[in-house]
Design a protein around this ligand. Structure first.
Ligand code: ADP
Ligand code: MG
Length: 337
């Protein structure tokens, strides 16, 4: 089973939307997909119409009382198995602090189902606490959804430092496989600048001994598309709700890219895959036509002065970084909603 965590400690960047719809797209392509909701907000579960009752077992029981993972799995679509969360999970951060080996609980639980699925996607909470550390220890790869505005890049350095620590101390396999731009508006100048900075940052990392030295900026940009938000509120994936939407097209393409199956794909000097045609998320003629999306305007107003968003400030963690077992690191929660 290929194992991927979808992670960014910022809220509202597209983690859950990406986990649900990338998972659904991979399943449509014939992969047996396992999805884990590791966020106490349980948005991934709701995305598949799953709302747990008090008596129902969840991922919390797997972590807190070693309930076998098969007992909490449910098939939610053809080829899609979900391990759901509920608000109980919020207590796990505090409860697990005194548990020895708390970082490896999820990895150990997953061993039992490793052969049952082709690919695992974990929807991480908006924090770098013990739940996220469990995800980072259990996977081989991470995908970082990012919204291309200035503030979205601020947390990247901290996230990469945490990934570096986990790789150094517990999970030497861990790599960042890619960054995916979500809610993307390629026509804005700031988005272009963020793309340039990210591309430059990743290029600088090539050949270095960091978890992100082979990371790429996925050539599929997930455009802002109201159908993605609507489908979630109906407990559906975008493929159930609006299979002809830009949102469905973008996630279908991202699935091909994640699988390494992009038709006509070729890698350019930066390791990007490009196609002979303009990819859907980039073509100017394919501009968003959905109505009812007022965020577009407010976003432009809020971030109007295009301050250069520097990602080159990302550094390796200091030699004296605290042990990742220390509650000062695993217990910290940074959420922007
Ligand atoms: N490409 C998109 N276009 C429009 N709305 C989106 C898009 N991606 C996500 N959203 C919406 O933005 C909000 C935050 O996305 P979500 O995936 O829940 O982020 P996170 O899991 O990182 O907090 C949700 O309401 C979601 O439906
Ligand atoms: Mg989420």
């Amino acid at each position: 089973m290929r194992r991927i965590a979808v992670i960014n400690q910022k809220g509202g960047v597209g983690k859950t939307t990406t986990t649900a719809n990338l998972g659904a797209a991979l399943a449509q392509g014939g992969q047996r997909v396992l999805l884990i909701d590791l966020d106490p907000q349980a948005h991934l579960s709701l995305h598949f119409g799953v709302e747990l009752q008090d008596a129902d077992a969840s991922i919390y029981d797997v972590l807190a009382s070693a309930t076998p993972i098969r007992e909490v799995s449910r098939q939610v679509r053809e080829n899609v198995t979900l391990i759901a969360a509920d608000v109980d999970l919020a207590g796990a951060e505090a409860e697990l602090v005194s548990v020895t080996g708390r970082e490896v609980l999820l990895r150990e639980a997953l061993e039992a189902v490793d052969a049952d699925h082709d690919i695992l996607l974990i929807d991480c909470p908006p924090s770098l606490g013990v739940l996220t550390i469990n995800a980072l220890v259990a996977v081989d790869e991470i995908i970082i959804p990012l919204q291309a505005h200035f503030l979205a890049l601020q947390g990247l350095s901290r996230l990469l430092n945490t990934v570096t620590l986990v790789r150094q101390r517990i999970n030497p396999q861990l790599v960042v496989s890619g960054i995916v731009l979500c809610m993307h508006e390629s026509t804005t100048r700031l988005a272009g600048e963020v793309v340039d900075d990210l591309t430059g940052f990743l290029k600088t990392a090539r050949g270095a001994d960091t978890p992100w030295s082979d990371a790429r900026l996925f050539s599929t940009y997930i455009r802002r598309n109201i159908k993605l938000a609507e489908s979630a509120s109906f407990g559906q994936t975008v493929f159930d709700y609006a299979p002809k939407s830009n949102g469905a097209a973008d996630y279908a393409r991202l699935a091909l890219e994640v699988k390494g199956d992009l038709p006509d794909g070729r890698a350019d000097a930066d390791g990007h895959t490009t196609t002979s045609e303009s990819p859907p998320g980039r073509s100017p003629e394919n501009v968003e036509v959905d109505s009812g999306d007022n965020e577009k305007h407010s976003m432009r107003e809020t971030y109007a002065p295009p301050a250069r968003a520097k990602v080159v400030a990302v550094e390796s963690p200091p030699a004296s970084s605290p042990d990742i077992s220390a509650p000062t690191v695993v217990g910290s929660v940074e959420s922007s909603g």
